[in-house]
Design a protein around this ligand. Structure first.
Ligand code: TYD
Ligand code: MG
Length: 455
């Protein structure tokens, strides 16, 4: 067999038989690299292939029976919930995140917590000593965990065959290489081949495999999106490296909904599960501060309270600045325009800074009303009572719009001791206010909010 090469775009994974200056798929320049997809002499055995013995036959759907596979609990409440009750045997779980966010720490902690399971932790990045040092830091070593420093997939499978682990963790996919592919570790074709081999291993042995993947600066795991299609579950670990909170999000899950979300706190002794995020995020509040508003937001299925801080001050250096952390800048511009046009607030000459406390990024439009309230509060320099919170979207006409799962948001606010919540009047239909002891103030327009809060 001849050596076969193809050109791959290193940012999106597109293929081309010849070199191209510009990728027709993602538009990137100079991203094509020649990679050998098949070696001249291919006689090294793959991971034990059983495809010839097990030729699949179609079966009638009613004849297929499956015993609900017992999920393996990770003993980590947040992770279990995101996975839908634990690890599904034989599944491949990809954990993505930026370097330094805590992926290795999380996985090692999972390895330590899987008490009665034999775990194989394969590290291509750190030595056995380094891994052990970290393991001691994050907790007592009580589990049946083996550390292997290896980057060749063939060797990993050889060791796995002897050890017969019940869970395998690979840190990271970018360090692996398969002897079947010539190109360098971390290149598109290597990443793809190694993942394919791991999937085969997982499916054939029923061993679940966790795969750590670094996210490139474009925000995709290992560059190509192609990895995400191959695996069963894609989790993303995110947060600001300089802040303590980390969010574990499920992007794809073949066995559960992707609406779950986990929150961790990075401590000196590893990651701590945050069971009640609202309490942590609200703990540093100061009474009587203007520009602060609390929103009952929703991340996935989970409601929690978040603090929005605004600073509005006269722009002294020409063009007013608009800076946001954790909130979409375009959305801020829209809300400012609405406040100016519909509310009559002269914000055009003001610098506006918005910060979401805790380093959390919020996409839920349900925080709009709180953002507006905090801007007005800072602009007017009147503090909002710490017993008040908000949950509504704001439209271009200055109308206060309904949000989803309003009951859940109200319950969360009530649970945390808030006395009043502002919601949209359009959310009142079908809402059983008898269930709540918290005061529910329904508004239809921004003016009504201003009237209610500061009037
Ligand atoms: P790490 O898990 O190595 O990140 P990744 O594998 O995603 O690259 O975590 C790196 C950071 O976590 C590092 O900056 C130090 C910090 N850290 C703690 O704060 N506490 C700890 O107990 C550990 C193990 C790490
Ligand atoms: Mg790491």
């Amino acid at each position: 067999m001849k050596t076969k090469t193809t050109y791959f775009c290193q940012s999106c994974g597109a293929q081309s038989p010849k070199w191209l200056g510009k990728c027709p798929s993602c538009g990137g320049w100079n991203t094509f690299v020649e990679e050998i997809v098949q070696k001249e002499n291919k006689n090294q055995p793959h991971f034990k292939s059983t495809t010839t013995q097990l030729a699949a036959k179609p079966r009638h759907i009613s004849e297929i029976n499956y015993d609900e596979l017992p999920r393996i609990s990770t003993n980590d409440g947040e992770l279990d919930r995101i996975l839908g009750g634990g690890i599904v045997p034989g599944s491949l779980i990809l954990l993505g995140g930026e370097p330094g966010i805590g992926k290795s720490t999380l996985m090692l902690q999972v390895a330590m917590k899987l008490k009665d399971k034999k775990v194989l932790y394969v590290s291509g990045e750190e030595s056995q000593q380094q891994v052990k040092m970290r393991a001691e830091r994050v907790g007592d070593i009580v589990s049946d965990c083996y550390i292997l420093t290896e980057t060749s997939t063939q060797n990993i499978f050889k060791q796995a065959e002897m050890l017969e682990p019940e869970v395998v963790i690979i840190d990271s996919i970018q360090t692996l290489y398969s002897a079947h592919i010539e190109s360098a570790a971390g290149s598109i074709s290597q990443v793809r081949e190694c993942t394919a081999e791991l999937i085969k291993y997982a499916k054939e042995t029923g061993t679940p495999v966790f795969l750590i993947g670094h996210i490139t600066k474009e925000g995709t795991i290992a560059g190509p999106k192609v990895l995400e299609h191959m695996v069963d579950v894609v989790l993303q670990f995110e947060g600001d490296r300089h802040l303590v909170y980390r969010i574990l999000r499920s992007i794809k899950n073949r066995f559960h909904s992707t609406n779950e979300l986990g929150i961790y706190e990075m401590l000196g002794s590893g990651l701590r599960e945050v069971n009640n995020p609202s309490e942590v995020l609200l703990s540093q509040r100061e009474e009587g501060l203007s520009g602060v508003a609390i929103s009952a937001m929703l991340e996935g299925n989970r409601p929690f309270m978040i603090e929005i801080q605004s600073l509005v001050s006269v722009a002294t250096y020409g063009t007013p600045q608009r800076t946001t952390t954790g909130f979409d800048g375009k959305r801020l511009n829209m809300l400012l325009a609405v406040l100016e046009k519909r509310g009559g607030f002269r914000l055009g000459t003001q610098d506006v800074f918005i910060n979401i406390a805790g380093g959390i990024k919020v996409e839920d439009p349900g925080i709009d009303l709180a953002v507006c309230a905090s801007i007005i509060s800072s602009f007017e320099d009147i503090a909002i009572s710490t017993h008040v919170c908000f949950a509504a979207e704001v439209g271009l006409g200055g109308e206060v719009r309904a949000v989803n799962r309003v009951e859940q948001r109200i319950s969360e606010a009530q649970k945390l001791g808030f006395k009043e919540i502002y919601i949209s009047k359009y959310n009142m239909k079908g809402l059983d206010t008898q269930n709540f002891s918290i005061k529910i103030s329904a508004v239809g327009k921004l003016e009504e909010l201003v009237e209610g809060l500061f009037g």
